[in-house]
Design a protein around this ligand. Sequence first.
Ligand code: KIV
Length: 257
Amino acid sequence: MKLKIKKIKNKKNKTPLICLTAYSKNISKILDKYCDIVLVGDSLANVLYGMKNTHKITLNTMIEHAKSVKLGIRKSLLVVDMPKNTYRNSKLALKNAKKIIKRTKCDAVKIENNSKNFSIIKTLTKSGIPVMGHIGFTPQYISKFKPVIYSKKDEKKLIHDSFKIEEAGAFSIVVECVSATISKKVTSNLKIPTIGIGASRFCDGQILVTDDLLGLSGFYPKFVKKYANLKKIIENSIQKYRKDVLNKRFPDKKNSF
Ligand code: KIV
């Protein structure tokens, strides 16, 4: 695990980090070939469970999805989001992070910043649990997606918080929905890699929700680039299957015993 983390950290200022989310094995198996980091994001609350935000997703749901994702992982670093309320204090965070790692065999956990949980990150890292931070837009502490315009004061706070997260021992940090100016400053000020989502090309790496990139989720904010329209492809296939069944063209001899 230590070597994998070291490799990620060493890519700063050298090679952009390729990161994507996965919620199950069939996708993680594909991502593993091309990604440095695969994240089991709590975005699955919205994307898979149709919840209006990520606040109610449970630790057990995250663990079950992470177990499936792990089946497809051979070489990339597997990170699992700690859901809201599972790291309210150091003792609880340690208990739950250990549970996630033990049950899923993941490499690290991710914790969203609320400007008060630096000591919690420190407790985990001191206990040997690698932590990825998350600043900027932090869905666990906001109820609806809305890009924020940051003032100079907010900018200073983001820079300060990212420093504190690095100081607490995090090995990397997700920077979500901030301007290019801010992400550039945060990235150049830190020794650990920044991973941007809606945070410009000036981060050390990029992450997207895979279902968004593939055109499956139906949620495409400005920062998402749709690389495929899987919804259309799946629909076309299902329509063909339906027609074949209705017209008794499926199953034919080839598909029968
Ligand atoms: O939950 C998630 O998928 C995330 C990424 C968008 C970074 O936190």
